[in-house]
Design a protein around this ligand. Structure first.
Ligand code: ADP
Ligand code: F6P
Length: 321
């Protein structure tokens, strides 16, 4: 394949730039001409496509966000707009595209491959870790560490005031960030959408902790469970401790990508360029059991993820006692 494009789509994630850099550099080494597509599918549709050179890729490996910019594009869900977007690629001779994004972006990528014949490879770029076919997504580890940093700060004030503090974290419909932050950050309780723990159980756990002499509680609440203030209201009826809430919000999406995310991004990008070099398409790259894996894009939304969430949930509650 002689000409390829790279785009980032959906919510940004730390490590996207490391993926752009690795994919771009490796493709250039292999003699491919590389194009940047700005603002995801929106830029593909609006013809915001430019030839990339190695200078564009310099100094970005440690930068959060995405230098290609990202966007959401409702029109891309319609075939007629995808055809226009594909035409913008074809007129430049671009045959393959590396799409870095979440499972929504993969759906668009799959349609681009099956309808328009563009060779597309998906790299999982999202803080949510919610993509089937990969144990980790690019950005998850950095985000987890941002949450851990926030937990330590919140704990200082929670201890001083002997309060119960609920921290709402992102993750869309997935509880990975909340659950793994609870385990790694010494959280005292966790609510995730996958488990539907009754509020009574959490209230009971907090009362038991207090009986054992604990002076504070840090509770992780995944956004998929609902608004943290509503949960706090429900807890207020059941507890006598003072309760406060923190919504970490978009702080979780930024920051210098961790070493893990940069390595993951580089390895996945290398695999993606391999796929395009072989003239294949319609595939996503993942890491499973510490090995690189490829699956059809549709694998991402077809069935349950291979994550032992019950096991981690049990572990989190055990450590929270
Ligand atoms: P993410 O990729 O992070 O899951 P979104 O779900 O917002 O983020 O999807 C990103 C973009 O992917 C959307 O704005 C749209 O352009 C495209 N997309 C999402 N779902 C579809 C779909 N069913 N068909 C075609 N394109 C889609
Ligand atoms: O998918 C990444 C994510 O940050 C989710 O965790 C969150 O639900 C959503 O995007 C927020 O989207 P926006 O940046 O459009 O508010």
């Amino acid at each position: 394949m002689e000409k390829i494009g790279i785009l980032t789509s959906g919510g940004d994630a730390p490590g996207m730039n490391a993926a752009i850099r690795a994919a771009g550099k490796i493709a250039m080494y292999k003699g491919m001409k590389v194009f940047g597509i700005q603002r995801g599918y929106l830029g593909m549709l609006n013809d915001e496509i430019f030839p990339m050179d190695s200078r564009f890729l310099a100094g970005i490996v440690d930068r959060g966000g995405t230098i290609l910019l990202t966007a959401r594009c409702e029109e891309f869900k319609e075939e007629k707009f995808r055809a226009i977007a594909a035409q913008n690629l074809k007129k430049r001779g671009i045959e393959g595209v590396v799409v870095i994004g979440g499972d929504g972006s993969y759906r668009g990528a799959d349609a681009l491959w099956k309808e328009q014949g563009i060779h597309v490879v998906g790299l999982p770029g999202t803080i949510d870790n919610d993509i089937k076919g990969t144990d980790y997504t690019i950005g998850f580890d950095t985000c987890l560490n941002t949450i851990l940093d926030a937990m330590s700060k919140v704990r200082d004030t929670a201890t001083s005031h002997e309060r119960t503090i609920l921290i709402e974290v992102m993750g869309r419909h997935a509880g990975d960030l909340a659950l793994q932050a609870c385990i790694a950050g010494g959280g005292d309780g966790v609510l995730i959408p996958e488990m539907e723990d009754p509020i009574e159980l959490l209230a009971f756990q907090i009362k038991e902790r207090r009986k054992r002499g604990k002076l504070h509680d840090i509770i992780l609440v995944a956004e998929g469970v609902g608004r943290v203030d509503d949960i706090a209201d429900q807890l207020k009826d059941r507890l006598t401790t003072e309760i406060r809430t923190v919504v970490l919000g978009h702080i979780q999406r930024g920051g210098v990508p961790s070493g893990f995310d940069r390595i993951l991004a580089a390895r996945m990008a290398e695999k993606a360029i391999d796929v395009l070099e072989r003239e294949e398409g319609g595939l996503m790259i993942g890491i499973e059991g510490n090995r690189m894996a490829t699956h059809p894009l549709s694998y991402a939304w077809d069935g349950e993820r291979n994550y032992n969430i019950e096991g981690d949930h049990d572990l989190a509650l055990l450590l929270a006692k």
